[in-house]
Design a protein around this ligand. Structure first.
Ligand SMILES: NC(=O)c1ccc[n+]([C@@H]2O[C@H](COP(=O)([O-])OP(=O)(O)OC[C@H]3O[C@@H](n4cnc5c(N)ncnc54)[C@H](OP(=O)(O)O)[C@@H]3O)[C@@H](O)[C@H]2O)c1
Length: 163
């Protein structure tokens, strides 16, 4: 679930809705699964984060923060649950054409179809990957954004919201 917020209509309740769907939905699901998975010493749990976890993007802070939470939750679960034979897979898509992104009014670099995204995820699962992130050009872009000095990133991002 995404939400485009602006400071002039800031709503903590809207943030709660985003976290309820994107983070707590996943956590309640894991809570249900874990006892059985742990007693069987097997199982695979796939969580969907996003390549947008790389930086705080203006007007999408609730979504960004929920996805960053997912990335770290999945990583910590992966480490803890390894000894129980439970595999945790993190999926980090770039832009995919879905009802969620249909509302976006900005250019979405390297956007792909949902079918193509599904193929990549299935291929990654078959290869037992722990992290499935795509498309590669967006992965590279997010690495550059992460490596950028904070002050430079903030200047560029502030200029983008003026445009
Ligand atoms: N599309 C992208 O570019 C992109 C990029 C990175 C990560 N992701 C992530 O991929 C996942 C799937 O997103 P998508 O693009 O496929 O979005 P989508 O087509 O809009 O699907 C969103 C899903 O979330 C469910 N949902 C939304 N609000 C809900 C609510 N209040 N309670 C319960 N379920 C709710 C919807 O259920 P209904 O069908 O019943 O409404 C739907 O199944 C999300 O975690 C998203 O953050 C997407």
């Amino acid at each position: 679930m995404a939400h485009r917020e602006a400071c002039d209509r800031f709503s903590a309740d809207a943030a709660r809705d985003v976290f309820d769907v994107n983070v707590f939905g996943f956590l309640y699901f894991v809570e249900e699964l874990l006892p059985d998975f742990m007693s069987c010493k097997a199982g695979v749990i796939i969580g969907v984060s996003s390549l947008s976890d790389c930086r705080g993007f203006p007007r999408s802070g609730f979504y960004n923060a929920s996805k960053t939470a997912m990335t770290f939750l999945l990583e910590s679960l992966r480490i803890e649950l390894r000894k129980y034979g439970i595999r945790i897979v993190t999926v980090k898509p770039g832009f995919v054409k879905t009802p969620m992104t249909a509302a976006n009014r900005y250019r979405m670099p390297f956007v792909m179809t949902a079918e193509k995204a599904a193929q990549i995820i299935v291929r990654g699962m078959k290869k037992d990957k722990r992290l499935i992130q795509f498309p590669q050009r967006t992965v590279l872009g997010t690495k550059l954004l992460k490596a950028m000095p904070d002050a430079l990133y903030e200047r560029i991002a502030a200029r983008k919201i003026k445009e």
